[in-house]
Design a protein around this ligand. Structure first.
Ligand code: AQP
Length: 330
């Protein structure tokens, strides 16, 4: 059987180069080795308040970006999470086997909760919904950025606990991280992860930013007090710029050292900006073409839901049977 890959992105803001280098770009590279399912996880996005109109348009925008970036809709399924109700149903079933202590340890919950005035229960339950997304499809591989590793570990713990309570039911999903770019940091603050929901114009490069804005953001990036690039003593800002360049270019470590050692920061930033723009421009052009025909995207999302719903429903049925929940004979 062909192994299955699953991953997702929240429509919670503008997709940025961290989302691309940590996740989307790798999905594109590996999609044909697997049976591939890529989700726009709108039920995750609402764990913090989203303006309804913005959320609606972000879902479509992200679907367009997936295709523009190279997700092949003839091969891979692009699914809006809420169009497959089994995600929410399995999440509840798994909530009932997940100890609260496991969720209390999640660092992303602590960080996001600290930024909220009032913390919705959904934010606390978020990792269980993510486990449900993955286990619903018995995914073998989950390609994500480094910030999602703890949630993946939890998904495995939940699967293991369910399997030991109710018998072998779930496949253990493996985490797949990119070798470079697994954690792109904020350009304004290289000690914090680049994030969709962070504010500030100098923080992130969005995938749909025009070239002049990309250049401006990168040229303003925080560096350090060294006179130029020193691979032994560089600070996190310079390391981040080099990681962005390397992840986009695919250059080896040796090539990076040869090209950048001693380079002044102004020149480094220029090269990073040029590389970023040249990698994003074709995607941006394709995005304009794709979104000119809204029916094209609707068709892709409908097909995605149609293909994955029977897989998802079969898992929920099995889980309910295992747990002893009423399942009609037919
Ligand atoms: N800075 C990053 N570097 C590398 N990978 C990243 N990812 C996110 N930020 C970086 C990866 O992108 C995928 C989708 O992320 P998500 O939408 O599920 O939410 P997130 O991880 O919480 O990402 P953001 O951008 O910080 O969004 P908000 O601000 O809405 O929470 C994941 O695979 C993630 O690892």
């Amino acid at each position: 059987m062909i192994p299955r890959v699953l991953s997702g992105i929240q429509p919670s803001g503008n997709l940025h180069i961290g989302n691309y280098l940590g996740a989307l770009g790798n999905w594109v590279k590996i999609q044909h080795q697997y049976e591939s399912i890529f989700c726009i996880v709108d039920l995750h996005a609402i764990t913090v308040y989203q303006k309804p109109e913005e959320l609606r348009s972000k879902i479509r925008e992200i679907a367009g970006i997936f295709v523009a970036a190279g997700i092949d809709p003839e091969h891979s399924r692009i699914v809006v999470q809420s169009t497959v109700p089994a995600h929410a149903e399995l999440a509840w079933l798994l909530t009932c086997v997940t100890p609260m202590g496991w969720l209390e340890r999640m660092t992303q919950f602590k960080a996001k909760a600290a930024a909220q005035e009032s913390i919705g229960d959904g934010l606390f339950q978020y990792p269980v919904l993510m486990a449900a997304d993955i286990l619903l499809y018995q995914a073998n591989v989950v390609p994500v950025g480094e910030d999602q590793m703890q949630h993946l570990e939890l998904a495995r713990d939940i699967a293991q606990r369910f399997n030991s309570l109710y018998g072998d039911t779930f496949t253990m999903p493996a985490t797949k991280l990119p070798s470079v770019g697994a954690r792109i940091m904020g350009l304004d603050d290289p000690t914090a992860k680049m994030s969709k929901s962070a504010s500030g114009s100098g923080h992130a490069v969005a995938l749909l930013d025009p070239p002049d804005r990309i250049k401006k953001t990168i040229m303003r990036a925080t560096t350090d007090s060294n006179p130029g690039v020193d691979f032994e003593t560089m600070g996190p800002g310079v390391a981040n710029l080099l990681a962005i360049f390397q992840a986009f270019s695919g250059w080896t470590d040796d090539a990076m050292r040869t090209n950048f050692s001693g380079m002044r920061y102004g020149d480094l930033k220029k090269q990073v900006a040029e590389m970023t723009i040249s990698c994003l421009e074709p995607m941006q052009k394709r995005y304009q073409e794709i979104t000119a025909d809204p029916e094209y995207l609707d068709g892709i999302l409908q097909r995605g839901a149609d293909v994955v719903t029977p897989i998802a429903n079969a898992t929920v049925k099995l889980v309910k049977e295992r747990m002893g929940i009423y399942t009609p004979a037919r």
